[in-house]
Design a protein around this ligand. Sequence first.
Ligand SMILES: [Zn+2]
Ligand SMILES: [Zn+2]
Length: 158
Amino acid sequence: MMSIHQRRGPDQQRELIGELRAAGLAPTAQRRLVLDALHGHDHPASAIAIYQRLRADGQAVGLTTVYRTLHALADAGRVHVFHRDGELTYRHCREGPHHHLVCEVCGLVVERSGDTVTRWLQQVRADEDFVPNPQHSDLYGVCGTCLRADRRAPGDGR
Ligand SMILES: [Zn+2]
Ligand SMILES: [Zn+2]
């Protein structure tokens, strides 16, 4: 596996620095590594898993730094938090409002900017005496990969 240092050029470093600054964080080398370790992963990961990912890549990043950076990025809305098996897991998401489709089998999270979910929320609002919060309207289910792996979806009988 290529190291993060080899993989990331000056452009990517600028991007990481900009993102950390926007989150109100000083863009230290360790924080850049934490943010970089989140990029490109559709499955949310726990702080420990991210820490281990960095250690496996030969990066000397402290677990406390990983926790603090994740919390700050989550507070700034640059990282979204998911509960999985009683653990908090973190996923780097794009900016702007979106919903999540969350696979309960493999943990995959797909971002949807979403006409489908938005229409559904509007429908709920029209039909019920209730205004749904779009920040908490993730859909849980089974992703196509897991379905095709012949694992049964919840509520499909039997
Ligand atoms: Zn998200
Ligand atoms: Zn899945």
